[in-house]
Design a protein around this ligand. Structure first.
Ligand SMILES: Cc1cc2nc3c(=O)[nH]c(=O)nc-3n(C[C@H](O)[C@H](O)[C@H](O)COP(=O)(O)OP(=O)(O)OC[C@H]3O[C@@H](n4cnc5c(N)ncnc54)[C@H](O)[C@@H]3O)c2cc1C
Length: 360
């Protein structure tokens, strides 16, 4: 076997597919390879590679921070079934990796799997996390929050009920089947905001518009500052954007490059974490530290400033993981536009970000 991918999430499957397309003999091991995903994966449409399996897309987006921002940028919800699909020649092994060694892994049942290259795509863990609770409602009921052909990226307006001052926002995206996923989200908190608090706020928002409560609930927990593991890919490699919690679009875009590196005998880390990406990640961690240090009322103010930046600056910060110049430019523009109180908080957070581990 040439490649063994540990973990069958979006990153592991994208990589296994790309390795197979390169002609590499590939296996993927996961404890529950047939279990359908319950998460709704989405991204800015222009961050996805051509051919990414999109289920629903919008042509525009909206943000409410201290003011309303209409953004002429499309958003895309991925089709989980197509995202999960693997080529027939990828061997799928059911199992939990208990030990990793050089060119082999040991499963919990004692089975040993050997491969020229083992890539860890088994996801992330960590205490600083983004949390959300969501429900899917029919599109017509969601109309007070999310318009047609639109994604509500963030709505920081306060919910009618809350048990704590922690800031949360409403996220709303159309999903397959004509519904809209409405999610109460806590961007970054250590430890995360309790699920009960998020649920209280979401239910209060729905009740204010007489929207009946659906039974099913989507729960989200995305570690934002996970310790990156060497020779890994996806969230396991620390590829999650520390400010947004996103990594799927990057994993889909990078998978073919990583597969090419494996075929050429180049270490995976060299492609996943080139110097530019490491530096950008360090800056993004600073952004995360700044958000964690802010007072509750400053967070919507911060996002208002962010969405007032020119669109290219916004894209540079949210998207391009290797563009150090663009990321630094976006962050300094944000800093310059902030008032003195917020600037002070951002500057102070540099100190707390200094101890944060960066990849590579
Ligand atoms: C509900 C929800 C919604 C989200 N929405 C978005 C979104 O819209 N956009 C976005 O970019 N991100 C989103 N995220 C963040 C998302 O978690 C990650 O971006 C994405 O799942 C990371 O993919 P991954 O394949 O790296 O890891 P994971 O999806 O965590 O997959 C890891 C896989 O490895 C397996 N595994 C774990 N340990 C072992 C082991 N020891 N042996 C073998 N297999 C193992 C797991 O079972 C799992 O299948 C969301 C997360 C959640 C929970």
């Amino acid at each position: 076997m040439d490649v063994l991918v540990v973990g069958g999430g979006p990153a592991g499957r994208a990589l296994a597919s790309a390795c197979s397309a390169r002609g590499l003999v590939t296996s993927l091991v996961d404890p529950n390879p047939e279990r359908p995903w319950r998460a709704t994966y989405a991204a800015w449409a222009d961050e996805l590679p051509a051919g990414a399996p999109v289920a629903v897309s919008t042509s525009r987006s909206r943000v409410f921070a201290a003011s309303e921002h209409r953004i002429a940028r499309g958003y895309a919800v991925l089709d989980n079934e197509r995202l999960r699909r693997l080529p027939d020649d990828v061997r799928v092994v059911r199992g939990l990796v208990a030990e990793r060694g050089d060119g082999h892994v040991v499963l919990r049942d004692g089975q040993v799997l050997r491969a020229g290259v083992v890539v860890d795509a088994s996801g992330a863990s960590g205490r600083v996390a983004q949390h959300a609770v969501g429900v899917v409602v029919p599109a017509e009921q969601a109309a007070p929050f999310v318009g047609a052909d639109e994604a509500l990226v963030m709505d920081w307006r306060k919910p009618p009920a809350a048990g704590s001052p922690d800031p949360t926002f409403l996220y709303g995206i159309p999903v397959p089947g004509g519904g809209v996923l409405l999610e109460e989200t806590s961007l970054a908190r250590r430890p995360g905001l309790p699920v009960a608090e998020l649920r209280l706020r979401l239910h209060a928002r729905l009740a204010a518009h007489g929207i009946p409560l659906p039974r099913a609930e989507e729960r989200v927990r995305v570690p934002l500052a996970a310790r990156p593991r060497p020779g890994a890919f996806g969230a396991a490699a620390g590829m999650v954007h520390p400010a947004t919690g996103y990594s799927v679009a990057d994993a889909l875009r990078l998978a073919p490059e990583v597969a090419r590196a494996i075929a050429d005998g180049v270490p995976v880390d060299r492609v996943v974490w080139p110097a530019g990406a490491r530096a950008v990640h360090a800056l993004r961690r600073f952004g995360l530290a700044a958000v964690l240090a802010m007072r509750p009322e400053e967070v919507p103010e911060f996002f208002d400033l962010f969405f007032h930046l020119p669109r290219n600056r916004q894209r540079d910060y949210l998207g391009n993981r290797s563009d150090l110049r663009g990321t630094a430019g976006a962050m300094s523009a944000l800093f310059r536009s902030a008032g003195w109180g917020l600037r002070g908080r951002m500057a102070l957070s540099v100190r707390s970000a200094k101890g944060v581990r960066t990849p590579g």
